[in-house]
Design a protein around this ligand. Structure first.
Ligand code: ADP
Ligand code: 2DT
Ligand code: MG
Length: 215
């Protein structure tokens, strides 16, 4: 059967603004793919459980301050430390559904004063390239109906507006397979849209080598 071993899994990334539904949809997608007989697993960045992840987590919780360039490199290092695992999983046929990736890294840091998009991308150059990047698109008004901002760093409306603009710039890059999904739809409709895109890319990616991001 085409879903079985011998083919690599796909690398699928979900990006989008705060409360767009990334974490909800990542969970549902893994569950749906498994029910269809695919091997699928979730992953998230930052992954706060490693040593580097704990530094980043404490920074986000404002329990520590880390210089801006330094924390950018730590977020990137948190991805690089997972690359052997990512490669292994894909190779063994597991499709990875990733909640945030390098695009969050670039969108957030480049929203700070005096950070160029170019500089922000460099540490992540060469990471496994996603076969599909789903952008969950939502207006700040729609997102605000889903509750207030939390208390972590970056969770302010001013900063989130800047982040949104940076995402738009990143989506101009046609060397990546960006797909914009209207995240203001019902959970079910968003899920069905993402599931359809994902099944198509799993079939397409299985005979192709994993690419290198921004390389
Ligand atoms: P993110 O990970 O992008 O910040 P979450 O998946 O945590 O977003 O969702 C944020 C909140 O919005 C949660 O309370 C979730 O239940 C709710 N939510 C997610 N998707 C939808 C949707 N399509 N319609 C309405 N509410 C949603
Ligand atoms: P979540 O709980 O929504 O994942 O919030 N971030 C994330 C960065 O600044 N750089 C990165 O490289 C990544 C992956 C986005 C995590 C917060 O961390 C920000 C929101
Ligand atoms: Mg989330």
């Amino acid at each position: 059967d085409w879903r079985m071993a011998g083919h690599r899994g796909a690398l699928i990334v979900l990006e989008g603004a705060d409360r767009a539904g990334k974490s909800t949809q990542a969970r549902r997608l893994v569950e749906a793919l498994r029910n269809q007989g695919y091997q699928a697993e979730g992953m998230r960045f930052p992954e706060r459980t490693t040593e580097i992840g704990r530094l980043v987590g404490s920074y986000l919780e404002k329990k520590s301050n880390i210089e801006d360039h330094t924390v950018h490199l730590l977020f990137s290092a948190n991805r690089w430390e997972h690359v052997p695992l990512i490669k292994e999983k894909l190779k063994s046929g597991i499709t990875l559904v990733v909640d945030r990736y390098a695009f969050s890294g670039v969108a957030f840091t480049s929203s700070k004063e005096n950070f160029s998009l170019h500089w922000c991308k460099q540490p992540d150059v060469g990471l496994p390239k996603p076969d599909l990047v789903v952008f969950l698109n939502i207006t700040p008004e729609e997102a605000s109906k889903r509750g207030d901002y939390g208390t972590e760093r970056y969770e302010t409306s001013d900063f989130q507006k800047k982040v949104q603009k940076r995402y738009a710039e990143l989506m101009d890059d046609k060397s990546l397979n960006w797909k914009v999904v209207d995240a203001a739809q019902s959970m079910e409709d968003v899920h069905n849209a993402i599931k359809q895109l994902s099944e198509a890319i799993i079939t397409e990616a299985r005979h192709q080598p994993v690419g290198k991001l921004w390389a």
